[in-house]
Design a protein around this ligand. Structure first.
Ligand SMILES: *Cc1c(COP(=O)(O)O)cnc(C)c1O
Length: 375
């Protein structure tokens, strides 16, 4: 089987017990566990609103849709974003008829505030920040920049479940934070996500939009003295984007173990760091000061990434790359050459296996092979 990049871990009996409650109650859809998970998530993060979704991709799309709608942005208005991300970050901008303007990344693989500043134009409405691997990078400076230039801030926190900055959950100053609980994220369900708007009115609109634009959900309706209220109104041409109780049941169990799991991820990272400490040719991507990262990823920078990747595969070690510079994709090739640092790093970075089933011996074995095959 070798050593895989990601292997999700589930407390199977506990997950099954939570799912069982849904099956016995006869409630697997929107409401019930989704509400419970939303409440637990708000409690955990301290964010004021949380709405459970079927993915983070739809969350990012809704974030931009609602901010555009509520702030009167027009088609072609610009959102500054990073080329080093999963494409759903940038597709979300496109879905809403907005323009993705790419700014470069810094040594943390996160948006570089200096380049963001350079890329601000008359049409810029927002910045979309991705906390790669759970890193907060220079998010604080981006927050200040957004205040100074009156821009909205969207935090793609797909890797950031459980990340803390100076002891607090990052994102309180963002207009919206979107988390992913996709199958291989650090809080895996099978597929789902959470959207956390700062403004409660936005949260309310979002709840309607995720269920076809209907202005009351079935669970709330059936709660009204037990009678199923059929007489709702439809206020928007909404979507089918909400999460369901089976996924939320898994999420509820995962959340209980999130801090413990992330602590073990940081332990794995610490072992990797120690192994690479005196090896100049293997450069771990640094974590920002005061950031307690979720450690969704452990990334290194090397000179011979492609060869190293193949050599490791030969030893049954299967790393990944997070990410390929998005401006190399045809969809975003209009921005090719605008982010040289991202481009350079994207050819040099490698994400080493990082998951809860790994032991110190696994980390040592991977480290040894990495050291052996880097130039
Ligand atoms: C996984 C991921 C997403 C999308 O999450 P889904 O829940 O799979 O839709 C968005 N942004 C980043 C950075 C991701 O890694």
């Amino acid at each position: 089987m070798g050593i895989q990049l990601f292997v999700p871990t589930f407390r199977v009996d506990e997950c099954l017990a939570e799912i069982r409650e849904c099956l016995e109650k006869g409630w697997t859809g929107l409401g019930f566990k989704t509400v419970e998970f939303e409440n637990k998530w708000k409690e955990y993060t301290g964010l004021p609103n949380a709405h459970y979704l079927n993915s983070a991709t739809v969350g990012l799309s809704l974030a931009l849709k609602i901010l555009k709608m509520e702030n009167g942005w027009g088609d072609g208005d610009e959102v500054i974003t990073t080329p080093l991300t999963f494409v759903s970050t940038n597709h979300a901008i496109k879905y809403e008829g907005l323009e993705a303007v790419f700014a470069d990344v810094d040594e943390y693989l996160c948006l570089d505030p200096n380049d963001v500043k350079r890329k601000i134009s008359d049409k810029t409405k927002a910045v979309l920040f991705v906390g790669i691997g759970g890193n907060t990078g220079r998010l604080n400076e981006i927050v200040n920049l957004c205040k100074e230039y009156n821009l909205k801030l969207i935090l793609d926190a797909a890797h950031m479940a459980g990340t803390r900055f100076s002891g607090e959950m990052p994102g309180k100053e963002a207009d919206v934070v979107v988390y992913s609980f996709q199958a291989v994220k650090n809080l895996p369900t099978a597929d789902s996500g959470m959207i956390c708007f700062k403004n409660p009115d936005h949260d309310e609109i979002c709840r309607k939009l995720t269920w076809l634009g209907i202005n009351k959900d079935t669970y709330a309706r059936s709660g009204e003295k037990g009678s199923y209220k059929w007489k709702y109104d439809v206020e928007y041409v909404g979507y089918k984007y909400h999460g369901n109780s089976i996924m939320a049941a898994i999420g509820l169990v995962q959340l209980k173990y999130l801090d413990q799991d992330n602590a073990y991820r940081r332990q794995l990272a610490y072992w990797y760091d120690a192994n690479f400490k005196n090896v100049d040719r293997v450069k771990p991507i640094p974590i920002a000061d005061n950031c307690e990262s979720s450690r969704h990823l452990y990334c290194i920078e090397v000179n011979n990434r492609d060869e190293l990747l193949l050599a490791l595969n030969g030893c049954e070690i299967y790393p990944g790359v997070h990410y390929r510079d998005n401006t190399e994709y045809r969809m975003y090739s209009y921005a090719k050459g605008t982010c040289p640092n991202s481009h350079r790093l994207s050819e040099r970075i490698l994400s080493l296996p990082m998951h809860l089933r790994m032991t110190k011996a696994d980390v040592d074995y991977v480290s040894q092979k990495v050291i052996e095959y880097t130039e």
